[in-house]
Design a protein around this ligand. Structure first.
Ligand code: SAM
Length: 278
């Protein structure tokens, strides 16, 4: 079943938090001269029009990037994330929003590599066309979990693996745990960033516990909820579980979310804490 289309949700509060964390991790990897690999397991279409029918229909971006793209941030990660959105919208109108592979393409150097898998038959060719001329990129119409087996470890032994499924099916939570274990076995040096929605609190905590129970060390939880918990009636927040985070990430995200949270909601709450030590 592939009914999920990210074009309805691009730029919402969950994308803002996910891509803020992505930018902070990539910025850290860029500090070293050595090339690295960015692997995106559920890549989406890469670029989204916020003026198109799908984005306008839900209006979700207005509760996310729409509220902050003109904001002058002081925290470096938030400032850099906002600068990327402005770079894509030089006319001063918020018309486009970058997906995670596009953000990677905007940030990485020519020698860094980009790998991505996307299963949707419409989104895959849109994504692949954006990378047709980029060297060191491998964009596959392939299942995410098969992609880990086929493409990890990459040539460069440093990197970020972003895992961002739609969680349309309850089984996807177990798939993430198994997929993470298989990827980590192949590429233990990488940083892993796993996105999760907050829909029902007990289910979130069970999912986090299952990831902790893998025994993988050095796990950081970053979560932001613009709305209070409800009992399963829609997404009230989202988070990123980061394995092998840069040592600077927790403090950087506390500073960024301190600034971001009041811009998105008067009643929002965030947490950043180390779940499993190094
Ligand atoms: N990572 C993207 C971003 O931040 O811009 C958004 C990705 S969206 C939340 C999830 C994507 O996963 C959808 O485009 C969907 O078609 C794709 N997808 C769903 N199941 C998949 C699977 N088993 N393997 C690869 N892609 C899958």
């Amino acid at each position: 079943m592939l009914s999920y289309r990210h074009s309805y949700h691009a730029g919402n509060h969950a994308d803002v938090v996910k891509h803020l964390v992505q930018v902070a991790i990539v910025d850290y990897l860029l500090q070293k001269d050595k090339p690295f690999c960015y692997h995106d397991s559920h890549a989406g279409a890469g670029l989204y029009s916020l003026l198109a029918e799908k984005a306008q229909k839900t209006g979700e971006y207005q509760g996310g990037i729409g509220k902050l793209w003109q904001y002058q941030a002081t925290s470096p990660a938030l400032a850099h994330y906002i600068a990327l959105i402005k770079q894509l919208n030089p006319d001063g109108e918020l018309a486009f929003y970058p997906g995670s592979p596009k953000i990677a393409a905007m940030l990485l150097r020519a020698g860094d590599s980009i790998q991505a898998t996307e299963l949707h038959p419409t989104d895959y060719p849109i994504l692949a066309s954006q990378f047709a001329r980029r060297r060191h990129s491998r964009i596959e119409h392939m299942d995410a979990w098969a992609g880990f087996k086929a493409m990890l470890p990459p040539l460069h032994k440093r990197g970020l693996v972003l895992i961002d499924p739609p969680y349309e099916l309850k089984t996807e939570y177990q798939d993430v745990v198994a997929g993470l274990q298989s990827a980590y076995q192949r590429f233990p040096q990488a940083t892993y960033a796993i996105w999760y929605p907050v829909i029902e609190r007990a289910a979130v905590e069970a999912f986090i516990s299952a990831i902790v129970a893998t025994g993988i060390k050095d796990q950081l939880r970053i979560e932001y909820c613009p709305l209070p918990d409800s009992s399963g009636f829609g997404m009230t927040g989202s988070g990123m579980l980061v394995i092998n985070p840069p040592y600077t990430l927790a403090n950087d995200m506390r500073a960024a979310l301190n600034e971001l949270a009041p811009l998105l909601s008067a009643e929002g709450e965030f947490q950043v804490h180390q779940l499993v030590p190094e």
